[in-house]
Design a protein around this ligand. Sequence first.
Ligand code: BG6
Length: 491
Amino acid sequence: MITHAKPVVAFDLVIFGGTGDLAMRKLLPAMFRRFLDGQLPAPCRLIGVAREQQSTDTYRQRVSEALRKAVKEDDAIARIDAFLGMVSYHPLDATSDTGWEDFAQDLKSIEDHVRVFYLSTSPGIFVDICERLRQHGLNGEGSRVVIEKPIGHDLASACEINDAVGAVFAENQIFRIDHYLGKETVQNLLALRFANVLFEPLWNAAHIDHVQITVAETVGVEQRGPYYDHAGALRDMVQNHLLQLLCMVAMEPPASLNADTVRDEKLKVLHALKTIDAGNAGQVTVRGQYRAGSANGQSVPGYLEDLGSPASDTETFVALKAQVCNWRWAGVPFYLRTGKRMPHRVSEIIIHFRDIPYSIFAESSGRISANKLVLRLQPDEGVKLWMMAKYPGPGGLRLQSVPLDMSFAEAFGVQQPDAYERLLLDVVRGNLTLFMRRDEVEAAWKWIDPILAAWAESPDSPRSYTAGTWGPSASVALIERDGRTWHDDDH
Ligand code: BG6
């Protein structure tokens, strides 16, 4: 495999929450893959921080186990020990002074490193951590802070977090991560739209009938019940991942890839979203909660059993119809759908073009389906363009919808990197294009809050759906009322 990876400048990555699931499953494996690709110069330091008292040796042992789960190739496993040489551990409590001075001295022992502070902790301690970083002079120009969602649970709490972090770091030092923006297909959306002449002239209400965005997972809430039950699918997925995807599809062509230029365009989309509130939430939103059923051929419990609670009104599924009120998209619905315990793990964006204006073909030629462009984010990242073609051979002119199918893995012969690989190195490079700006996060909450309020006021509970199905039947009805259907990859 040819690598096009360019080494970055030497940096320190400090992971607060360094013993947590994200660090072990995503962040450290992502760094390991970049290391294997020769992108991390030797003096880089990866420092896990958590409250737990343990030595660097014990921490390295845990990291090593996590890496062995994440990579399978023998030659990669053989390099784990070399990678662990960059890894160390610091026990620290964000709410106590103990250990901070030593930690700061240790970091400052190398002066000119870019310092990345990744806050993979509960948002409740973001403020304490930032405050201590400031007290110890660790928020200078070469420092960057990465914050993970949830950034608040509504507009007011998001503003509080943004204010507090913003009191310590300048906006261009704050990297609000949405890992969906690091997925290859999402970046490819930029290439598809703006590096080809083909699509952009059609990318509007005159030629597009509607857009669908589906992010379906087969997993349930796993061990994250306490967090998830306070969040629900709307906060956990729609407020960030699905809205970001919608913005990438709907935004006007930015004048450049400059971070603020791109983010300005995304922000305009968020501002153009038609409000959903108590007046229309009943017609344009559906929420569901899974009950016992099956996943990957095995029986699985329902949400309440997973949660260990007798009752909860938290939604594990949302379908909604969004409208972008501007000239480009007037009258083009964006149907969004996401849920846990769906039949397949699939994330895709479907651009559903309009029907041809007039058919010259006889009825016996078959139905002429509208063109569809399917951008698949996972699994098997790729692009499919469904188009009509003549069925080969004699027997009259029979038409059939067939896909032009491009798998990125096949086309480029390389494995698709994990989103965190790209995003973490963008942080080091100081490139904010794929990160959310403060006003974007707040605009997204501003749109979400009235939906949450409408649901809270409504006497209805989420509709139940059986695990292993595509959510409540009301979700099918939501789109069928408009004479459309959810995309199914077989046609
Ligand atoms: C996270 C959500 O942001 O994204 C999880 O909190 C969800 O609930 C995950 O499972 C999905 O990410 P991916 O990359 O697996 O689609």
